[in-house]
Each structure stands twice: as C-alpha cells, then as structure tokens.
Design a binder for this molecule. Structure first.
Ligand code: FES
Length: 240
C-alpha cells in the first residue's frame, strides 16, 4: 500500500489473517492519514477476537476509520452485539453492499483461502477493478500440495549443492521442496508464505534448473528461484 495516496481503502482480515491488515491500519493511523478507512475483521466469536481494545481505541480516536467486527458464530449469553461485535455473520460482499457507501475503494484482504476466494470473486462480480483488489495467501492451508509434473518425474534423484552452506544433498522425488530439504538439514533460507506468493525465499540459482509445483505468484528475478515451491529438475546449485 502506498501510504501517500488518498484512495479510500477497505482492509479485511479473517482470523489470524488480521495480522498484515492490522499493520496497514496502524501505519495509516500513525501517519495521520485522512483516507476513508473501513476495517472488516471476521472471527467465529469472542474466543478468537484479538486486539479488541486496540481496535476500539482506534475507532474512537480516528473519525475516518470505521471498524466492523463480524462474528460468524456468536455465543448466546457470552457475546453481545454492540460491545463485542457489529455483525453476526461472516465477512461477505453482501455485507459490503449493505455497509459501504459504494464499491469505489481499494480492497486489501488476508484470511483463510475459502474466504479470500469468495471475496475476490465476489468483488470482481460487484464491479471492483482487479487492480483494486489486493490479497495475500496466509498459512499452510493456502499451500497447494505438490503434484510433480511428468517432465521432472523422469529423473527422480538429483544432487542439490547449497553453495553458501557448503553442503551437497541428494533430493529424491517425494522429499518435498528445496526449502523443506534445506530445513531438514539445518540450512536456513528466509521464508514467509511458503506458497510462492511473497518472494521472501527467493534464492539465486548458480547452476541447473528447477520445476515449480505450483505457479509462482511472486515476481521472479532472472537467475533465481523460489525454494518454497521448487524442486530440482536437474542437479542444481543454489545460493543458500
Ligand atoms: S516463502 Fe514466500 S515465496 Fe517462498
């Protein structure tokens, strides 16, 4: 997010997916941004509701911030509409249509995959341009499990040279990604999403080729790979 912009924004966090969007909210508030900001936070009920006091304080302090807490399964007798939550339903595009003044916002979404899939496609159907819908996969549940393509399956054993660590390991088919191979042998590679989305694990390839088990969504610099979703196609040397 470009904090110097004034475009109105909708930040949406589902469960622990609140983490990155809360950072965005805090950053906008700290910079005294005058943008119109809507913050939707979806959890099952109070037992999962984190940062409640922090969000209430922000809502009271910043006139341009509208906090909308959604409990999909409020517990009767425990969770009170008003003090605890605003909507007894899941975060959805139907809710946006009822609550937001228009669809003319930039949307930032992080949450479990079913929620993101529903929101991203629903926002598109509502007429929100693709460029205004930003989302990030969160957690292992978002990682599609590897299915080796046939071209890499023809040769099922490759040497992997981790150049910086000075270790040469054997990778066998079914042994997981280059990141998993490295970690299993105590070789550290920075990682974030572990799904080919964030680019944190990007590592230079010094020799050889890799295949991807899933389509990388992070932009790849030439001569580099994303070990979190890569397996060797030939013997490889990577800079880790
Ligand atoms: S850890 Fe995010 S792209 Fe590899």
């Amino acid at each position: 997010m470009d904090v110097s912009e004034n475009t109105p924004v909708v930040l949406i966090g589902g469960g622990v997916g609140i983490t990155p969007v809360l950072c965005m909210l805090n950053t906008l508030c700290d910079s005294r941004s005058k943008r119109e900001i809507w913050f939707f936070y979806g959890v099952r009920n109070r037992s999962e509701h984190i940062m409640a006091e922090h969000l209430k304080r922000i809502e009271m302090e910043y006139e341009n911030v509208h906090i909308q807490v959604c409990y999909s399964q409020p517990e009767s007798g425990k969770d009170e509409p008003g003090p605890d939550y605003h909507h007894g339903e899941m975060v959805s595009v139907d809710l946006f249509k009822r609550v937001l003044p228009s669809n003319n916002f930039e949307f930032y979404i992080c949450g479990p995959p079913p929620m993101m899939e529903a929101l991203v496609s629903g926002l598109g159907e509502w007429g929100v341009p693709e460029k205004d819908i930003h989302f990030e996969a969160f957690g292992p549940a978002s990682v599609k499990k590897p299915v080796l393509d046939q071209s890499s399956a023809t040769e099922s054993l490759h040497k992997v040279n981790f150049a910086k660590s000075g270790k040469v390991l054997e990778w066998k088919q079914g042994e997981g990604t280059l990141l998993e191979l490295a970690e299993a042998r105590g070789i550290h590679i920075d990682s974030g999403c572990r799904a080919g989305s964030c680019g944190t694990c990007m590592t230079a390839i010094k020799a050889g080729e890799v295949s991807y088990l899933d389509q990388p969504s992070a932009s790849l610099e030439s001569g580099s790979c994303l070990p979190c979703i890569a397996v060797p196609r030939t013997a490889v040397t990577i800079d880790a």
